[in-house]
Design a protein around this ligand. Structure first.
Ligand code: HEC
Ligand code: HEC
Ligand code: HEC
Ligand code: HEC
Ligand code: HEC
Ligand code: HEC
Length: 441
């Protein structure tokens, strides 16, 4: 009797354990980002190549057209529903000719857009135009929550890994399973006791609370210990990874300020805003007065600045935030006096016991900002590019030669070195760049 009753439960526990081990994998698989589909063929132009079309579109048409949004010219997505392919080819290669020929559709769109002439593209063949059409007719990509997910483009090492959500999910699942197991064990014990002797069962219930039963079951204890150890290992690992390595850290800033638009597209020099990088330890973040040098005039972005991720309205609203912070009233072109400080979230941060000096590297060492901060002029949202660990500093000191030729800081030393020792090249490490005291107070 005893055995018969106990066996199915053991089986149940085994099954549970089995699912416990396998299910998280299914869960994790579900969470893997879906592989993006390649370009789709478009019915109207089945043989065309949307990849080539994208290149042509970006180099020739993107200045005035957006696929899914009206810009200088109309949105081109859905063009094959409005026009014949033949018409599109003629229009693109020479729109003037088509308008002059009196084509009613051509004249109508020309009038609608205030008689703006679209340039002719005699260099394009009909096939090229088909390629462009195939590109603009691609289905619109799903919006990714307003924020560009450029994590794949980044060149940071050691990124990736399992997302916290997945791990939390697995942990939650494991706990749920534990609960179920406990419940089943409890039930089994009861049934076991009941089957033997009700009296005993009643006594047992008093003398043997659930946690005692649990402690007596070596198997369950083992499972729990393993789970707890896993959790500690995960937590500990996560904590250790944070020490020093915040590579890729990309906080949300109070104003969406784009380095790509300012330092990239508008080619504003880094030092215009981070002026102290040249002469002091810190680079510093510019005060809002620096922004207002330009933004008293610039209260909106150009139409073309909006990309598929952020609209013009979004950007214009961010400039409004700058006005609210500085108390600038663009209508009266004066300050109201009501200001709100903007608290930029600091991204790069060495621990207090480490000493780093910008001037030493930028002015004396003549190192480009990008060597350490990465392609800032392409970052829509700024992120930490380098690991900023001690190993990172030291590696570079070992590898980088001090630029002594034509460097006013080293004229004297350079002369002496080459005269006395015949040395012409020195790495930062040989200059003392590995001495603990140089970087640690
Ligand atoms: C200098 C700006 C400019 C460039 C560059 C440009 N277009 Fe246009 N396009 C326009 C304007 C403006 C219109 C609206 C009609 C007009 O005013 O001529 C238009 C209209 C069109 C139309 C007709 C849309 C409709 O709804 O009927 C097509 C198709 C088109 N363009 C395709 C292209 C392609 C393909 C390219 C690149 C090879 C291109 N355009 C480059 C400005 C431009
Ligand atoms: C080129 C600069 C540089 C030199 C030289 C240097 N350190 Fe460091 N050290 C750092 C930086 C930067 C950090 C902070 C790294 C971080 O946040 O992970 C650091 C961190 C540390 C830590 C904290 C543990 C850790 O890894 O986070 C210790 C301990 C340490 N350094 C000891 C030394 C000793 C001992 C020497 C001399 C042999 C030395 N350092 C030389 C830059 C340097
Ligand atoms: C028009 C002003 C302006 C220009 C030009 C500019 N920046 Fe910035 N920079 C800012 C502002 C504002 C922040 C703070 C907000 C943010 O992090 O995005 C910042 C933040 C940074 C940070 C992160 C600071 C931190 O918190 O650790 C780095 C690094 C940086 N800029 C580098 C550069 C480099 C390199 C260039 C040139 C390619 C450049 N910046 C050009 C205004 C500017
Ligand atoms: C040298 C001139 C200049 C300075 C200084 C400047 N900006 Fe801009 N900013 C521009 C221009 C030009 C645009 C519009 C870009 C376009 O239309 O392509 C712009 C656009 C913007 C936008 C909308 C696009 C975006 O980046 O989100 C914001 C917000 C903005 N600026 C904030 C700031 C802040 C904050 C500062 C100070 C840290 C600043 N700007 C300093 C010239 C400047
Ligand atoms: C040799 C590497 C290196 C170079 C070159 C470099 N930086 Fe940095 N930058 C750092 C480090 C490391 C930090 C973190 C400093 C700290 O926390 O004390 C930092 C921090 C910053 C910050 C945050 C504020 C601050 O001063 O701590 C800004 C802004 C910045 N850098 C801009 C620049 C600009 C602009 C240039 C080019 C003119 C530049 N950096 C060149 C390594 C570098
Ligand atoms: C991209 C290469 C590079 C990186 C990364 C770098 N350094 Fe340097 N560092 C140099 C060069 C080159 C010099 C020599 C500059 C000079 O004096 O001509 C130097 C000099 C120094 C000096 C002065 C050494 C002396 O002999 O006086 C200190 C201190 C220093 N670095 C600290 C750091 C710390 C701290 C870090 C990391 C947070 C770091 N550096 C990261 C290239 C680098």
């Amino acid at each position: 009797m005893k055995k018969v009753l106990f066996r199915p439960s053991k089986l149940k526990i085994f099954l549970l354990l089995f699912s416990l081990l396998t299910l998280p994998q299914f869960y994790a698989q579900d969470n893997e980002p879906e592989v993006e589909d390649g370009p789709k063929t478009i019915e109207a132009v089945p043989d065309a190549d949307p990849v080539k079309g994208k290149e042509l579109f970006n180099s020739l048409c993107a200045a005035c057209h957006k696929p899914y949004r009206k810009a200088v010219g109309p949105a081109l997505h859905g063009i094959t529903e409005r026009r014949d392919l033949d018409w599109i080819q003629k229009w693109t290669i020479n729109s003037r000719e088509l308008i002059d020929s009196g084509d009613s559709q051509a004249v109508a769109i020309y009038e609608e857009y205030n008689r703006q002439a679209m340039p002719a593209f005699p260099q394009l063949s009909n096939e090229d135009v088909n390629d462009i059409v195939a590109y603009v007719e691609q289905p619109k990509p799903e919006p990714s929550g307003g924020k560009k997910d450029d994590s794949e483009d980044r060149e940071i090492a050691g990124g990736g890994g399992v997302s916290t959500d997945v791990i939390l999910g697995i942990l939650a699942f494991v706990f749920l399973m534990l609960l179920v197991i406990l419940f089943l064990v409890n039930k089994t014990l009861r049934r076991f006791a009941e089957a033997n002797n009700v009296e005993l069962y009643k006594k047992k219930e008093k003398s043997k609370p659930i946690w005692v039963a649990f402690a007596e079951n070596q198997f369950l204890v083992l499972v729990s210990v393993v789970v707890v150890l896993l959790m500690v290992a995960y937590g500990g690992y996560g904590y250790l990874m944070q020490v020093g390595v915040d590579q890729g850290y990309e906080p949300i800033q109070p104003i969406h300020y784009s380095h790509k638009i300012h330092a990239g597209e508008n080619e504003i020099e880094c030092k215009y805003c981070h002026s102290s990088a040249r002469k002091s330890k810190h680079s510093g973040i510019p005060s809002l007065n620096v922004c207002m040098n330009c933004h008293k005039q610039i209260n909106e972005v150009a139409e073309e600045t909006g990309n598929d991720e952020y609209s013009k309205e979004f950007y214009d609203n961010e400039i409004q935030k700058l006005y609210e912070a500085t108390g600038w009233d663009p209508d009266t072109q004066s300050y109201t006096g009501e200001t709100k400080p903007v608290k930029w979230v600091r991204i790069h941060n060495l621990p207090d016991y480490a000493y780093f000096n910008h001037a030493q590297h930028v002015t004396v060492g003549q190192i480009e900002c990008q060597t350490c901060h990465g392609p800032v002029e392409e970052m829509e949202i700024l992120y930490q590019y380098s690991p900023l660990t001690m190993g990172w500093c030291i590696n570079c000191h070992r590898e980088t030669e001090v630029k002594m030729a034509d460097n006013p800081y080293y004229e004297k030393i350079h002369e002496e070195l080459s005269k006395k020792y015949g040395v012409d090249k020195l790495t930062a490490a040989e200059m003392g760049g590995l001495e603990c005291g140089k970087c640690h107070y």
